[in-house]
Design a protein around this ligand. Structure first.
Ligand SMILES: [Fe+2]
Ligand SMILES: [Fe+2]
Length: 253
């Protein structure tokens, strides 16, 4: 019988999912904050398949508002720290940036399709699949690797900065903006402002009668067109890796 060899030179990584808040560095740690958001996302993703029309739209909305600001803060604060801390940080973060890019493109496509569009269920299923993959990559590999390299004080400082950026980040899909500094940092101010005004208009419109609702919705769509013009600036694409926007194997049939 052949003896199984275990490589003892590489310490075993423990997923964030298996660790307590104390082990993750306390409530302020970026690891606890990440896990908290991932658990909220998981609950919404579980409710999504088969949710009736209006509920599906509302859930998708909440998922997007959580996911885009969360990912923006990862790309602006956390992945640059990971690249500084790990020798293979460049490749590790490029992989999750490609996942984030695919999610952004899927949501942009979903926004362009109507509720009755036949490709919608497939688009939603793929979005859920990539979101779950992204969480597993972060909780099982990237973030435990960061945990091995930095002390608890650094995890807490990163947690506070990440949270500040997350609370002021863009909340919508911006598929052509760079996923790395300086492009994404330059995009933050104009696109956050536009996205958050749109979020307010959309929230208010849901409480109003049909004609007032239509007026607010058309203002929100007008701001969406302004955002697309802002995205075109070459400054907002600076810093991007050429292989982040890769052609997808998957396309709706
Ligand atoms: Fe995350
Ligand atoms: Fe992510």
């Amino acid at each position: 019988m052949s003896e199984q060899r275990i490589d003892r030179s590489t310490p075993v990584l423990r997923s964030l999912a298996e660790q307590t808040t104390e082990e993750l560095g306390g409530r302020l740690s970026v690891l606890s904050r990440q896990k908290h958001d991932h658990m909220t996302l998981d609950r919404m993703l579980t409710e999504l398949p088969g949710a009736p029309g209006d509920e599906e739209e509302a859930l998708l909305n909440r998922i997007c508002r959580l996911v885009f600001s969360h990912a923006f803060a990862e790309e602006a604060v956390l992945w640059p720290a990971l690249r500084r801390a790990l020798p293979d940080g460049e490749e590790l973060t490029a992989q999750v940036e490609r996942e984030h890019q695919e999610i952004t493109e899927l949501v942009a496509t979903l926004e362009a399709t109507g509720p009755g569009d036949p490709t919608r269920p497939e688009l939603i299923a793929r979005t859920v699949e990539v979101l779950r993959q992204d969480v597993r990559d972060e909780e099982d590999e990237l973030l435990p690797r960061l945990q091995q390299e930095v002390d608890t004080g650094t995890l807490r400082r990163l947690g506070v900065t990440w949270e500040l950026v997350r609370r002021t980040a863009p909340t919508r899909a911006h598929p052509i903006v760079a996923r790395r500094p300086p492009g994404n940092v330059l995009a933050a101010l104009p696109l956050s402002l536009i996205d958050r005004i749109r979020d307010g208009l959309d929230r208010t419109s849901r409480r109003l009668g049909p004609s007032a609702r239509r007026a607010l919705q058309s203002s929100s769509q007008g701001l969406g067109r302004v955002a697309r013009r802002v995205e075109q600036s070459w400054l907002l694409r600076r810093g991007e890796r050429s292989d982040t926007h890769v052609p997808r194997e998957w396309r709706p049939r």
